[in-house]
Design a protein around this ligand. Structure first.
Ligand code: SF4
Ligand code: SF4
Length: 320
């Protein structure tokens, strides 16, 4: 397999080139009420890592000092962080769009049933994982009972106007393959999701994002145990699509770790590939400037093939 960095270099004579940053993705921690097989964060109920209040304030200071339009909040289950509401309200107060990556089942955790109305009030855009429209596949990947809880949560959101075009309350769903293969074409799958969820559960949503599973951390371990890691990497590399390179999400977004470290993306964060300053020290949100980021190269490696295989993949779905 040709190394990813070499492949991109032979394509454009450089590497992945940064553009202006318009999305700040913040990982509030690894704690989650679920423990999904494909989770690249290796999140779960036993994880304790959480962003400190000081770093939450540093995120808000950085947002306030820059023109970055979108705060993208992720985890774990970010809503289980004690400063989640504060972060959302403050970022909205700064006039920023807030996007929450929600696993839906979190609404049924103790004391969290206020979340749907909180989201509506602050017009938070929701990106919700639902890896299939059948109960068997979802429960296999995310745990027993997850599908039914997710459908109930979607019905609650629809009741508030989410997913209905006229409301402006955006509800997007995320699909990722159950097995080690590339996602099918996004538009066709979106039609299938819309038809099935509407017919069977009366659920509506705006868009479906198809994501390719990232062969790192927990999912890499799972693939290795099943002897599927090498074939999956070969599949990703042999499906490399040069047209996706201009659109990978690390070109216009950065990721903040729960400990305040700065990364090109959530995946590099999990692989401990931080962005460092000219002095070799890791950049941190406490003292970050946009100028520092602009001059640092994007740290790509072979896992980046998951972003550039087939139609490409990012937190916003297919790239081309
Ligand atoms: S819900 Fe999301 S963060 Fe939580 S374990 Fe599943 S994939 Fe990971
Ligand atoms: S894994 Fe991260 S650094 Fe690599 S292409 Fe994808 S977004 Fe960019």
């Amino acid at each position: 397999m040709q190394p990813f960095a070499e492949r991109v270099h032979s394509l454009n004579g450089g590497g992945l080139k940064r553009r202006a940053i318009d999305v700040l993705q913040v990982n509030l921690g690894r704690y989650c009420n679920l423990a999904c097989i494909h989770c690249h964060v290796e999140a779960g109920p036993a994880r304790k890592e959480m962003m400190s209040r000081e770093n939450v304030d540093a995120v808000l200071r950085f947002l306030g000092a820059t023109g970055i339009a979108t705060l993208d909040v992720t985890g774990g289950a970010p809503e289980l962080h004690p400063a989640f509401d504060y972060l959302v309200e403050s970022a909205r107060g700064l006039g920023r769009q807030v996007l929450d990556r929600c696993n839906l089942t979190v609404f049924f955790e103790p004391g969290k049933n206020y979340l749907p109305e909180f989201f509506r009030r602050h017009r938070v855009e929701l990106v919700c994982s639902l890896p299939c429209y059948t109960s068997d596949n979802v429960d296999k990947q995310r745990g027993k009972g997850t599908f039914d809880a997710s459908i109930r949560a979607l019905q609650i959101l629809n009741g508030l106007g989410y997913g209905r075009p006229e409301s402006g309350l955006v509800l997007n769903l995320v699909y990722n393959p159950v097995g080690p293969h590339l996602p099918p074409p996004q538009e066709k799958l979106e039609q299938d999701y819309k038809r099935t969820l509407q017919d069977e559960f009366g659920v509506v949503f705006n868009r479906l994002f198809c994501l390719t599973n990232m062969p790192i951390t927990r999912y890499a371990t799972h693939l290795k145990l099943c002897r599927e890691y090498e074939p999956y990497m070969e599949l990703l590399a042999s499906s490399f699509n040069p047209a996706t390179v201009d659109h990978v999400m690390c070109r216009n977004s950065i990721s903040v770790g729960w400990d305040g470290g700065i990364y090109d993306c959530d995946f590099n964060q999990m692989l401990n590939l931080p962005l460092t300053g000219a002095d070799g020290e890791g950049l941190t949100i406490a003292s970050l400037t946009l100028d520092q980021i602009a001059h640092r190269p994007i740290r790509c490696a072979d896992h980046c093939y998951a972003c550039t295989a087939g139609s490409g993949s990012s937190c916003g779905g297919t790239l081309v």
